[in-house]
Design a protein around this ligand. Sequence first.
Ligand code: AHM
Ligand code: MG
Length: 334
Amino acid sequence: MHIGTTLSQFIIEETRLYPGSTGDFAGLLNDLTTACKFIGAQVYRGGLAGVLGSAGTDNVQGETQKKLDLISNEAILKSMDWTGHLAGMVSEEMDNPYPIPHSIPRGKYLLLFDPLDGSSNIDVGISVGTIFSILKAPIAGRDAEPADFLQPGVEQVCAGYALYGSCNMLIYSTGYGVNGFTLEPSIGEYILTHTQMRIPDDTSEYAINMSNQRHWQEPVQRYINELNAGKDGPRKRDFNMRWVGSMVADVHRILCRGGIFLYPFDLRDPQKPGKLRLLYEANPMSYLIEQAGGAASTGTRRILDIEPTSLHQRVPVILGARNEVERVVAYHRD
Ligand code: AHM
Ligand code: MG
């Protein structure tokens, strides 16, 4: 009996596609997946491990941090800071980049992550996940400066997420399509289960937080009204809505069976052009979606082309089935 292709085997075989590869990247990704196994284990133990509930602190975005947010953040920092592969890290949970300890050599990569996305779902048994983006440091071997992380999403060398759902899954891409792995708990290894995930160009399923409807701009109002009109409206067919409220879970559903996801621009707070953060939510997810044949836009421009201006900047996000995303973009042009 064959156990299948392990994630470590897959990573090593994939990095051989890159001429001159030193193995640094394979090492980096392997260490990151160890952190994801640890975080998943804490999430699944939940109340048994005493890890649920608020930590009593706020992050840079003014959001209350959960105990599991901080445990997950620490797990990634400590799994990665000793490796010698990184020049710095940026996390949703930290105001400033995390510096690599003095005694450790500086590497050539930058890691950006949301340690546990879907905060409102952490304590209630709903799927959450870890999102990550890997960039090349502009200058290898020295401490990364904040400006080094401000690269457009097209520069990502790898993006992915771990989903702590009905099982622990790891999905990633290095630019050769999107592949998914499922944790086999009996041996503690992620095994390849989803090869070359693809998003159909069309869909009848959408994901949006409808309670924000009154704050949306006209193009999104029009698009969603048309979907909700179903067979009786201009689209002449019914659409189904799903909203988990954890981006990882909503994007995973789209990678598995198609759909469109919107967290659009809204007029609630002029300081916040959207809810989701560009560098460690929108960019890695947009990279995966494009690699799977879908599209990702703010409504007026491709997300991966945005030149970031700050570490925690927010953007409107519309991603998934190509024809639906293009329709929303066309409504913005109108
Ligand atoms: P978080 O990083 O604080 O968890 O916020 C991001 C999450 C996404 O996972 C999800 O798509 C969105 O916020 C849900 O927002 P809402 O509370 O409007 O449903
Ligand atoms: Mg998040």
